[in-house]
Design a protein around this ligand. Sequence first.
Ligand SMILES: *[C@@H]1O[C@H](CO)[C@@H](O)[C@H](O)[C@H]1NC(C)=O
Length: 259
Amino acid sequence: MNLVDLWLTRSLSMCLLLQSFVLMILCFHSASMCPKGCICSHTGGLNISCSNANLKEIPRDIPPETVILYLDSNQITSIPNDIFKDLHQLKVLNLSKNGIEFIDEHSFKGVAETLQILDLSDNQIKSVHKNAFRNLKGRARIANNPWHCDCTLQQVLRSMSLNHDTASNVICKTSVLDEHAGRAFFTHANHADLCNLQQKTTDYAMLVTMFGWFTMVISYVVYYVRQNQEDARRHLEYLKSLPSRQKKPDEADDISTVV
Ligand SMILES: *[C@@H]1O[C@H](CO)[C@@H](O)[C@H](O)[C@H]1NC(C)=O
């Protein structure tokens, strides 16, 4: 019995040791799951704050259960395709105050449906892919970017559920219409259809080219006719001058007599 007791206590202590070891590993694991330079907290879901962390790119080890993700005030310049695709619970994504230049078709793939707030304000975004925000249900902040206002941007903004404050804050740094540069997109460019405008421009180009060809053909015809008229006149004059020679019957008689 004593031996069994001893064995039991030994196995129990072994069990406890093993358990603590497992717990330690778990703790260590969850600690390593917080991306470097970020602060993780659990207030109504996993909340990750990587604000002001000198990040040059978006960390690839963001846990899939993240609900709120702050990546603002860093030096992130691009959003790789599919980078957020596993974050199925993400509701708030703050990418404000970075150097992002372009939003691609799959930048928000996987999170567009769940996102409630997407903050892209204060970046270097000039343009976005026409489907960049296609499935976005939430609100997006896109103010304070050097937007290039064109047909694509018009289509994107019209299909987006932007909150109204932000929409009027979209300032065209450059535009397909010179007079819109430096002005708010929704108050000015909205009146002009930037998509039809492009259509019109190509139409005009076509018209001008056709007119050019037409003018060339007409002038060539006119030149040709004039030239011919000149030739015809000369020929006529030549013909007129001919009968006077033919009127010399003697010559003809001479020939016939020779023959
Ligand atoms: C995102 O971060 C910026 C900069 O810290 C802050 O001003 C802004 O309010 C944040 N946006 C949201 C939606 O929380």
